[in-house]
Design a protein around this ligand. Structure first.
Ligand code: SAH
Length: 355
């Protein structure tokens, strides 16, 4: 049975499904899911991420976390964790950049949270010699100081969409029309989680809710708040969601999210305010939401690019210049992507960020 047939059968049996259920099926179905069956990253895949654009991204993230570790008295055992590590490139670059920091590698227990067996195999290859361990739930993170990065992880978590209707909301649902998947709207209802959004929306406005992000962030912020550490959450999005940001990417082109289930990457912009609220509720501090370009410039990406440029020429030099621009320029990823830093209240945010 193909994924489309499976989805049509599920809708025939249970009725229209939420965007969240559709995303979860398309991305993580055990045999047909987008992430479970392939390596989606890079030029031949469907999308490219910052660590795949340049080694500089992972190097600077690694140094920012390592500086936080030093500032917090370099605990002799800590967890160095990543959520959704993709090909393992970011963690490999972080480890290379921090190899000469005395004691850092010896104190680090490397823990990866990854749902895809295909990507776990690729991560094992990229991180050969570093002895990483995989967990199936963030609640399995050890109770120890936690230094964590998540790049383009939260945008892959399932969201629900709601359209404002008077003092209530109608959920956007996926049903069928003539044997194909089609959009529809559920009945008008109150939504407790959206009561604050009645103040800043009008009839017909669409808002998104990512319930799955909250328990994950609560655990991470709880560990950092109680045991020390730092977290860097990097993703595209903003403080508050407004409008439809659900999108499908296939071979670097946008496609209709309902047309090829399981064949395209599905994402939504990350709404950072609920993440920040969950962080504070768990007893942890967070930084200002900072554009990726500003964060990387403060960490010295231009100096690092100049050092790398000194030994390059021709097309490699051009590629480096293009990568620097792509990561930092406001018209490219510099503004669209944001960084939220987590840190224990008495200490300072990780370098590159402000309280
Ligand atoms: N951080 C990497 C990859 C981003 S793609 C990079 O920057 O290149 C999203 C990653 O999150 C993939 O590794 C994907 O398999 C993983 N992922 C998506 N949903 C997940 C979930 N619910 N639980 C665990 N991992 C998930």
């Amino acid at each position: 049975m193909s994924l489309t047939e499976h989805l049509l059968a599920r809708i025939a049996q249970d009725g229209p499904m939420s965007v969240a259920d559709y995303m979860a099926e398309c991305l993580l179905h055990p045999t047909h899911g987008y992430y479970t069956t392939r390596d989606p990253l890079g030029a031949r895949g469907d999308f490219i991420t910052a660590p795949e654009i340049s080694q500089m991204f992972g190097e600077l993230i690694g140094l920012s976390l390592a500086q936080s570790w030093l500032d917090q008295g370099h605990p002799d055992h800590f967890v160095l964790a990543e959520l959704g590590p993709g090909r393992g490139t970011l963690m490999a670059d972080m480890l290379r950049a921090t190899a000469r920091i005395p004691g850092f590698h010896d104190a680090a227990e490397i823990v990866l949270f990854e749902a895809s067996p295909t990507l776990r195999d690729i991560q094992a290859q990229s991180l050969r010699g570093h002895n990483p361990r995989w967990i199936d739930s963030v609640t399995d993170l050890p109770e120890a100081p936690l230094f964590l990065v998540a790049n383009e992880f939260f945008d892959a978590l399932p969201i629900r969409q709601f359209v404002r209707d008077g003092a209530g909301w109608r959920e956007r649902l996926i049903g069928t029309d003539g044997g194909t998947l089609a959009w529809g709207l559920g009945p008008q209802a109150d939504q407790v989680a959206l009561k604050d959004r009645l103040a800043d929306t009008e009839d017909g406005d669409l808002v998104e809710l990512c319930a799955a992000a909250i328990p994950i962030l609560t655990v991470i912020a709880g560990r950092i708040g109680s045991f020390g550490g730092a977290g860097l959450i990097v993703d595209y999005g903003d403080w508050h969601s407004l409008g439809d940001t659900f999108q499908a990417l296939h071979a670097h082109e946008r496609t209709d999210p309902l047309s090829t289930p399981g064949q395209a990457d599905l994402t939504a912009h990350v709404d950072f305010e609920p993440l920040a609220l969950a962080t504070r509720a768990a007893g942890c501090a967070h930084s200002r939401l900072t554009p990726q370009g500003v964060f990387l410039e403060r960490l010295g990406i231009t100096t690092r690019a100049q050092t790398l440029a000194a030994s390059l020429g021709g097309s490699k030099l051009e590629a480096l210049i293009a990568a620097h621009r792509r990561l930092t320029h406001p018209d490219e990823m510099g503004n669209l992507f944001k960084v939220l830093g987590l840190y224990p209240s008495p200490s300072s945010p990780p370098p590159g960020l402000e309280p």
